[in-house]
Write a protein that binds this ligand. Sequence first.
Ligand code: 2IO
Length: 412
Amino acid sequence: MPQVNPRFSVLSDDFAADPYRHFARLREQDAIHYESVIDSYFVSRHRDVKRVLTDHETFTTETLQERAEPVMRGPVLAQMTGAEHTAKRKIVVRAFTGRALRDQMGVVHANAAELVAPFLSRGRIDLVDDFGRPLAVNVTLDILGLDKRDRHQLAAWHSGVAEFITAIALTPERRRHCLDCADRLEGYLAPIIEERRRHPGEDLISTLCAAAFDGIAMTDREVTALIINVMVAAVEPADKTLALLFKHLIDHPEQLAQVRKDPALLPAAIAETLRYTPPVQLVPRRAERDVVLAGSTVPAGATVFCMIGAANRDPAAFAAPDAFDIHRPDLGTARSFTAAAQHLAFGTGLHQCVGAAFARAEIETVAGLLLSLFDEVRHTPGARYRETGLYTRGPAALRVDFTPARSAPAPP
Ligand code: 2IO
């Protein structure tokens, strides 16, 4: 039997402080780690995670009925199967690719330019609180066609919903708070959905209202769930990915210099950021039968968490996995945002992220803009770096100092 440290827990403060320190031991000695307090299994090897995410008969997304549906107010895309899934997935994919995507990048660029402008003369910004988080919210609201004047309220409700989805354990009070946020968000959306059905615009809510599945339009409940699904999926990982990209580039100045010189390297830098530090660290599935996984039997009904961060650092999948290297030959940048991706940051299989192309374009647009505005960028002296989150994980803050580019537009 492999040695298992009975005192180790993914729920410990030690793990939360730096999960990456524990991944090698987990993969090597505890490849299916059982956490009794939450009665769940954690798989960490690349091949096991891939198996769980592609063997759809054995491992289903039924976990989302409890984890997502209560706050989504209806089934999300990832819960669906068969013809319904194919049809609705296509509707959402279309809304985030091709011409729609090109138009959205105009929205991304405009929002990013507006948010960064007041900081240009100061030469100092927190890329999470001052920029990445409000940017992710504003862009998502613009795409959905929601009023940005309501952004603080919407962001607060969104946080409650996201907390519910990404919590490992919730106290009854927090649970009530999250459900209350979802309830209010649903109430806010109801009249807007009604209005868009009568007077459709170019926004995503109108698209969802007008879309038909089997010749039948979606119900309010279905539209609401997809709106909240898109909202959480577009906001929650975006600021984390952007901040992690800058953190890694600042910490690897030679690679930052290369990306500056040749912005065509940005997609590789983004793909490597997603591999090295995926913002979504856990993906849950339910075992539908007793199944042998990583040498142990997982009982029918069990929750299995795929550890994306651990899988992406598996030496069986990537050479020198603990090095950040935008030139790594096994990255396959072009594939990294498609179904052929070797890293698992977007998941894999039938439910692989529908927003992958959007995510790449969004981060590329924003990072390209920031690099053109910041001539030099470094950590603010004395700023402490810390990451938070077990399910989604990212920097609590990323405080940077920069020298404004001489060609930068004057602040308003
Ligand atoms: C929203 C976890 C932020 C998704 C989820 C209930 C379904 C699905 C994901 C990602 C990221 C979120 N799961 N996006 O892991 O839509």
